[in-house]
Design a protein. Structure first.
Length: 200
């Protein structure tokens, strides 16, 4: 599934594929009708590979959501995007239970399922389920492995703090040595004053 050249154009229904770039904009192909049209550069365009669905703890890329729908439907079409909001949300709960229902609106779900069905009907969602699941498992293993060095570093820091404590105990001994040197100095000064008094 390659979404790198598939776009949605603000104010225009459906999906488009980027064909080429012109001086003033782009040439795109309407995936639903198969017609090529030119659009100005000032159009608000969204690349599908950059679109994500809000989750409770993180955002889910559209490709991952499409993969989940594809897996649920075994490569078939999803729910009709013209279904009621309650039906769309019930379907979304089955596909992505982690989605944030407070930030994902009914209009977002309509676009999501409409886009999926367009891509599925054009054969652009040929997903190797086993390969994708293996890639996801490998990615999760890398994340777990990356967490391990952080824990080791934390242990090293605590050991350094423990080693620094005995050095502080040596400081009071130096203070005693300094006070011991001052006491003889005071005694010699007292002897000199007594000699002067006897001479007078």
């Amino acid at each position: 599934m390659d979404l790198s050249r598939v776009i949605a154009i603000s104010g225009k229904p459906g999906l488009y594929r980027l064909v080429s770039q012109t001086r003033n904009g782009f040439i795109v192909e309407d995936l639903d009708k198969g017609k090529k049209v030119s659009i100005a550069a000032n159009y608000n365009v969204s690349l599908l590979e950059n679109v994500a669905i809000y989750g409770v703890s993180q955002e889910y890329p559209l490709a991952e959501v499409f993969f989940r729908i594809y897996k649920k439907e075994n490569g078939g079409a999803s729910i009709d995007h013209k279904s009621s909001g309650a039906e769309l949300r019930a379907y979304m709960e089955q596909v992505l239970p982690e989605y944030d229902d407070t930030r994902v609106y009914d209009s977002d779900l309509k676009k999501l399922f409409q886009w999926y069905n367009i891509l599925q009907s054009k054969g652009l969602l040929n997903i190797d389920l086993a390969a994708v699941e293996a890639a996801i498992a490998a990615q999760q293993a890398e994340i777990e492995a990356a967490k391990a060095p952080v824990e080791v570093e934390a242990k090293v820091e605590t050991e350094e703090v423990v080693e620094a404590k005995p050095k502080k105990k040596a400081a009071p001994k130096k203070a005693k040595a300094e006070t011991g040197e001052e006491k003889p100095a005071k005694k010699t000064a007292a002897k000199k004053t007594t000699k002067k008094k006897t001479e007078e």
